[in-house]
Design a protein around this ligand. Structure first.
Ligand code: ACO
Length: 330
């Protein structure tokens, strides 16, 4: 077995402003009861105007560097998973690199919606395994409030703003770190979850704004059916191909889009509910941030111990979906 990437730091950051289900009851025709029973969400965080998703990514990264006790100049590479970069270009990786003062790092953004963190972690681990880099920062950050229509009850209750990140470094011991990943995409899902306006196909115009094409659209029912199936399939697949069962897993950290999707995947894997990391009640769906945020919470709560097997899994727009198997190394 060759050199593996281990996670040596993890951190998250959320804005202070809380938007509760009760607040949403005053904005659209919905109820706390509907949102809670259909999704598991009670409240979410909102960044507010004047700041973009890179701001949250910087905050999360600064905390990570401090806790790991290294300077930003030691970073080799920054990969940012996001669907809400501050601007079309320059990318968030450049913005975060500059704000951190990571002057020896290059970087790029990766767009895989809610699967963004899994795809970015998979990519980053290859830069460590190849021997090319020694310190790779993987950031998931999304300001979903910037692309959410707060007059559309079918989507505005679902999303929130947050950032989280991990640091990957080469491991000394065999059998630890990012052991495996399984990723998929299927572009036939493009018609069910999208943001059409402002790209090269539908450049921003009065018409795109009038038609609300700068907001995300989701056919919830269709996406739900695909998510329940695919997230469970890919979670079971990574267990089976590594000859593990749900009983071997210390924590399952699923993407937080809907509690019912999380529960279905955990049941298919045979993972007990106390091992399933859930924070959707407090943050809603924060797209690329949900999984590293879940990892950061259990890490800072002192729940992780060396040798723990962790499975992470996600499903999102594209469609994109994937899972990663990590053995905790610190
Ligand atoms: N409050 C009250 N009623 C509502 C609300 C609301 N906020 N939203 C929808 N409804 C109504 C609908 O209008 C519908 O009414 P009707 O029957 O009279 O037409 C009824 O509730 C049921 O609506 P459904 O869409 O069938 O509700 P469902 O149980 O499917 O839940 C949800 C909707 C929560 C969106 C669910 O479909 C879901 O979680 N989908 C998958 C989300 C996901 O995984 N996305 C991928 C990741 S996100 C990314 O990649 C960016």
């Amino acid at each position: 077995m060759g050199r593996k990437a281990i996670i040596t730091g993890v951190s998250h950051w959320v804005p202070e402003q809380v938007l509760t289900n009760k607040d949403l009851e005053k904005m659209v025709d919905t109820t706390d009861e509907w949102i809670t029973t259909r999704t598991g969400i009670k409240e979410r965080r909102i960044l507010g105007p004047g700041k973009g998703s890179s701001y949250m990514g910087v905050k999360a990264a600064q905390r990570l560097l401090k806790e790991r006790g290294i300077s930003a100049e030691e970073l080799d590479l920054i990969i940012v998973a996001t669907v809400t970069p501050d601007t079309m270009f320059p990318n968030n990786a450049c913005r975060i690199q500059h704000e951190l003062g990571a002057k020896n790092a290059w970087g790029f953004d990766l767009n895989a919606a809610c699967s963004g963190f899994i795809f970015a972690l998979s990519t980053a681990s290859q830069f460590i395994e190849s021997g090319k880099h020694n310190k790779v920062l993987v950031v998931g950050t999304d300001k979903m409030s910037a692309i959410t229509d707060y007059t559309d009850r079918t989507t505005c209750v679902l999303f929130g703003d947050a950032a989280a990140c991990v640091l990957l470094e080469p491991g000394e011991e065999e059998g630890y770190g990012v052991l495996d990943f399984v990723n998929y995409c299927d572009g036939s899902g493009k018609d069910y979850l999208y943001l059409l306006g402002g790209g090269s196909l539908y450049p921003a115009s009065h018409e795109t704004v009038d038609k609300k094409m700068h907001y995300l659209f989701q056919d919830g029912k269709t996406v739900f059916k695909a998510a329940v199936q695919m997230m469970a399939d890919v979670s079971v697949e990574i267990l089976e191909r590594n000859r593990l069962t749900g009983k071997d897993i210390a924590y399952f950290i699923p993407h937080q889009a809907n509690y019912r999707i999380i529960d279905a995947a955990a049941r298919r894997m045979g993972v007990d509910s106390d091992k399933v990391v859930v924070n959707i009640d407090r943050y809603g769906n924060t797209t690329a941030a949900t999984i590293p945020m879940g990892l950061s919470e259990i890490y800072h709560d002192g729940k992780l111990k060396k040798g723990d097997y962790i499975v992470m899994a996600a499903f999102g727009a594209g469609y994109t979906w994937g899972s990663a198997l990590v053995r905790w190394a610190i």
